[in-house]
Structure formats: C-alpha cells, structure tokens
Design a protein around this ligand. Structure first.
Ligand code: ATP
Length: 584
C-alpha cells in the first residue's frame, strides 16, 4: 500500500465536517486493506503507532520537526520557523515547503505504508545522547520521499496531533459498516472497551469476522476502559432507583488505579491509560506479594494517608506522587493506601460478566492482609435511613460521599460505560444544585488590566457523546491564581490552532483557539438556557443551548482525564433536568 493513498484518505477526512461522511470514507478504505495494514492505518489515523496504553510515544517537539522539514525541502530553518509562527502547525509548514521543494532527492523512492511504519518505529526507538538528531534525520528522510499532503500528516503523527476529526468512535462505526452492519457496532465497541486496542479489534475483525471479535476478552497487560457512575441529587432517589436495596461503598477522593498483576509484577494504569507503576512502586510491590493467585486485574482508589493516624488526606496530596521527582523520597514522604473496589480478572477467568456481589466476594478473598491494601468500606443498605447513616459515616471518615452499587444479577462490570448500576452521591450535592464539571479548554481570551499579556478567560466545552464534538458551555475567568495564569499559555501551547477546530461547535469566538486537550474542574452555580453556548442546542428551546452560570475554576487540573472523558453534554443536560425537578 502506498502511503500517499493513506494521506489522501486523511485529507478527505479533514475536508469534511460530517461524521457520517467520515465513516463512509473510512469504511470504503478499510475494505481495501490487508488485516495487518488495517491495524497500522487505524493507529496512524489517531496519530499513533500503537494502542493508547503503549508506554512509548513518538512525541517529537515542534522545533525538531521543523528542522527535519527544512532539511528535507532544502530551505533554511528560519523559513520553516517563519511559517510555523504564523500557522502554529508543523504539518502545514511541511505541506507548504515540501510542495516548493528546492532539493530533488537523490534516490527518490515511492513511500509505502511499510516504510512509514518502519521509519516511525526507528524514531520511537532512538535513544541516548544522539537521539534527537537521529529522530530528525529519519523524519527528514521520510519527508523527502513524501508528497506534500503525506508530509503534512507525517508531521502531525510524530507530534501526536492528527486533527482529521476522525475520533475513535468514528473508526468503530466504520469498522462495523465495512465488515458487518450497524447491529454489530455495540459488540465491536465492547471488544474495544475490554482491550483498549482499536487496531487489534480491526485486525481481528478483518481476519475472523464478528465471531472472532466476540471471542475477544480482557487480558492481563491490556487495560480495560473503566466503568463509570451516574449521579442522582438525593439519597431517597438513589434508593428508589436501586429498588430499595443496594451495596453502598465509601467514595474515596484519590486517584483511580487499574492494576494488572502477573508473575512478573504489577503494572498500574490511570484511567487515561498512563502507566503509573513508577509513581506507586510500593503499591505495585504489595499487590504482587499479597495476591494469593497468579494473575489478576483489580481496581481501586489510591489515597494519601497520614501514617501516624491513618487519616485520609485530600486528593491534592496523592497527585504530588505524580509530579515529584526522586521516587524514593516521595514514597517515604507521601504514604498512600489502595482502597480496592473491583476485580475484573482472576487466574484465567474474565470476571467482567460476573455480578458485583460475587466479584466483591472474590476480591475480598484474593489478597492476604497487607498494610497498604484494603477493601473499600462497604455495607448492604435496605432503607433510606440506613443510607443516610452510611453517608454520614463516609463524610466523617473524610470521604467525599458514597457509591451505591446494584446487587442485581445484571450488575456486570460495564467497561467504558456510564450507567445506573453504580450511582454516585457526594457531599457537594448537599450544598449546591450541581456537581462540579470537568470541562475542556477550546479557546482563550486575552486578559485586561492586571491580566494584560496573559490569558484572562477560557472558553470551556464539553463532549457530546452522540456526535463526538465539543460544545461550549461557559466562559471561565474566575478561580485562577497568579501562578496558574502564568503557567496557562505554556500548558495550552501544544493545542493552539489557527481557527476553530473541526471537533468544536462554538458561537462565541475567542482570541485564540485550542484543539480539545486540557481538562479543568469547574464549579458552577446553575445551569441555564443560553443563546451563546452550543451544548444541547435546541434540546430545551429552539435556537438556544445550555450554559453554566458563574463558573469558577476549583484549582483541580484533571490531567488524569482526556478530553473525551470530560463531563459530557448528556450529563450536564441530566443535571439541568435534575435542577428543574429539585426546584419544582
Ligand atoms: P467519573 O469517574 O464519573 O467520570 P470523576 O472522575 O469526576 O467522574 P467522581 O464523579 O468524583 O469522579 O466519581 C467517580 C470516581 O470515584 C471513580 O472513577 C473512582 O475513581 C472514584 N471512587 C472512589 N471510591 C470509589 C468506590 N468505592 N467505587 C468506585 N469508584 C470509586
């Protein structure tokens, strides 16, 4: 397969704004690929060479990429830099300069998909003192053999910013359309949710059809998309929804961890699929030694604790483990404990389809006693009074609320989905009308007065799970301290883009646009109908969306969440409705 054919498809994806059209472009193209080619094309379409959880990223810095572009096209680096300053995207620089190439390649080859994958693999593996210049040379070689459009996407792949608008969900739609039909879509998504590897799902489908996809199971070493909870505004509503009886657990405010334990040790993943083993070596070691079986996948919340009193410490404390260098001292200075709440796999058996009560029983029997590992506090409650009493105990123990979990036979572990099998109820719901929101920065407004020269406010958006697009919900300018305002431009620079990104729906126009990337926690006073924000457009009223009033940054950067995991438009709409019923 020629790489130029793939670049042509990426170009067509970028040119259309319609998800349906993207799906049919991809579906038609997928049908022309060999299974192994399909796998690589799927990864490349997401700006990667491997599944998301693969520990090494290509991640070349923009300036290094510009060097490679200048070298390949035979222009001085200043020329590449000049265009980049204007466009902010090394891909555009490459497309421009390669199309005006001054230098004919000595041995002009025709670039194949295989050669691209090989070259990118070399880039990924270059290591050591000379690695930067090695990476630059390999990329330059690939670029000089590429057409302008192909060069654009090569630069976007190595910087991890594809910007074609084809999300993971669109790729799954296209797989269903190409190899089966719409009815197969949920099963394909299930396979993706239990493996987090879209390339593998594609290749399996191309080789063995839906029968092979249905066989795909969880396995140790391959993270599983986490199950998520719905929220309700009061405990009586929680109990009613659970038919008067459920398991209740303390809801700890820490960092969610999925641990894959095997004889080789334990690997810990964040909910964003980052490998956190290096940050919690003590937890990894204790999980390995305390597991009675050979292999397991478990989930828990990692919380910092006061070693003297055993008191739980606020969320911010545990995040220092991630940011601190010198792990030995961090392990000593920030003691943590893992509160385990689920078991997804044990010694060859996929437990995700087993009801909650049984998973919990197996979890409780699978570890020997250990000072760093404990089960979440849990009780079966059968009345509103018992639920209130349990909630009060959770708050007294410095937890942020409770998690109600269904005890029905249907209470399986629903990887990657949010539903009422788990319902969260937090103490914040007592105080305000709404929960906090995790929102994505898609734009910034320059500040005035004291904030002149910096960003003074951000345009915040939320993902619509139906369309995969980001819709604006508020302009956020409160709750920032000076240090945060100083750090913002650098934090947002990687996402900066010249115009409104294809994945964003906005009516308000900021001074600077960003690709969805940075997620911040925001508190708000109320959700109301808004003519300027695009979330839930037309759902409540024609020609209006919904927006968050009096938004305030809580100080919590959600770098454990990717933009797709931010609070969705559907959730905010649910809160809007809850607010209405509250007031009635
Ligand atoms: P969400 O996870 O729903 O997207 P979020 O990350 O903002 O939202 P919360 O709304 O505070 O988090 O609640 C869900 C999170 O609570 C879980 O993802 C998990 O990390 C944490 N948690 C704490 N205690 C428990 C428990 N006992 N059972 C399940 N999850 C728990």
């Amino acid at each position: 397969m020629l790489y130029s054919e793939i670049a042509d498809v990426f170009g067509r994806l970028e040119a259309t704004g319609s998800r349906l059209e993207m799906t049919s472009i991809l579906a038609e193209f997928f049908g022309r690929l060999e299974p192994s080619e399909l796998r690589n094309v799927i990864y490349l379409s997401q700006g990667r060479l491997h599944p998301d959880f693969y520990p090494i990223e290509l991640g070349m810095a923009d300036r290094l990429v510009l060097k490679a572009v200048a070298k390949a096209a035979g222009y001085p680096e200043e020329e590449a830099e000049r265009i980049w300053q204007k466009e902010g995207d090394p891909g555009i620089v490459a497309e421009d300069l390669i199309s005006r190439k001054r230098q004919r390649t000595l041995f002009s080859e025709t670039l194949t998909l295989e050669a691209v994958v090989e070259g990118l693999t070399e880039i990924e593996r270059s290591d050591g003192k000379d690695s930067q210049s090695q990476k630059m040379k390999i990329l330059s070689r690939l670029l000089s053999n590429s057409e302008p459009e192909g060069a654009k996407y090569l630069c976007r792949i190595v910087t991890g910013r594809m910007r074609t608008g084809a999300s993971a969900m669109t790729v799954l739609d296209a797989l269903a359309e190409c190899f089966a039909d719409k009815s197969a879509r949920p099963e394909i998504e299930r396979a993706f949710n239990v493996t987090c590897d879209m390339g593998l799902v594609g290749e399996t489908l191309a080789r063995g059809g839906m029968a092979a996809v249905s066989e795909m199971k969880v396995s140790v070493g391959s993270p599983i998309k986490v199950m998520l909870a719905e929220r309700l505004p009061s405990l009586p509503e929680v109990m009613a929804r659970m038919d008067g009886r459920c398991a209740m657990e303390f809801k700890y405010d820490g960092m969610r961890i999925q641990a894959h334990i095997s004889e080789g040790g334990a690997v810990l993943y964040s909910r964003r699929l980052e490998n956190l083993t290096g940050n919690f070596p003590d937890i990894a070691e204790h999980l390995s030694s305390a597991l009675k079986g050979k292999e397991a996948i478990i989930e828990g919340e990692c919380v910092a604790v006061d070693p003297e009193t055993g008191t739980l410490l606020p969320f911010q404390t545990v995040t220092h483990r991630r940011r601190k260098h010198g792990m030995d001292s961090a392990v000593r200075d920030i003691p943590v404990r893992l509160f385990m709440f689920d078991m997804l796999f044990l010694d060859g058996e996929d437990m995700t389809q087993t009801p909650y009560a049984e998973r919990r029983r197996v979890l409780s029997e699978s570890f020997s006693e250990d000072p760093l590992l404990t089960l979440t506090t849990m009780e079966v409650v059968e009345s509103e009074a018992e639920a209130e009493e349990f909630f009060d105990r959770a708050i007294a123990s410095r937890c942020e609320g409770v998690m109600a979990k269904s005890l029905s036979d249907a209470s399986v572990y629903r990887a990657g989905s949010r539903g009422f099998l788990w319902i969260k109820y937090k103490k914040d719901y007592h105080q305000a009308l709404t929960d906090t929101f995790d929102l994505v920065a898609v734009g910034a407004f320059y500040g005035m007065g004291k904030r002149a020269g910096k960003y003074g406010a951000l345009l915040m958006a939320s993902p619509d799970t139906e369309t995969g697009r980001f819709c604006t919900v508020c302009k956020l300018g409160t709750g920032f301290d000076d240090a945060f305002l100083d750090a913002l431009p650098e934090m947002l620079e990687p996402y900066r883009t010249e115009s409104c990104p294809k994945s964003v729906e906005a009516r308000m126009v900021p001074d600077v646009w960003f690709e969805p990337g940075l997620v911040l926690e925001v508190a708000g006073a109320e959700i109301s109908v808004s003519p300027i924000h695009t979330a839930a457009w037309g759902w409540v009223k024609d020609d209006a969306g919904i927006g968050i009033r009096f938004p305030r940054y809580t100080g919590r950067l959600r770098d454990d969440k990717g933009p797709d995991a931010a609070t969705s438009v559907q959730e905010i709409f649910g809160m809007y409705e809850m607010q209405g019923s509250d007031r009635a």
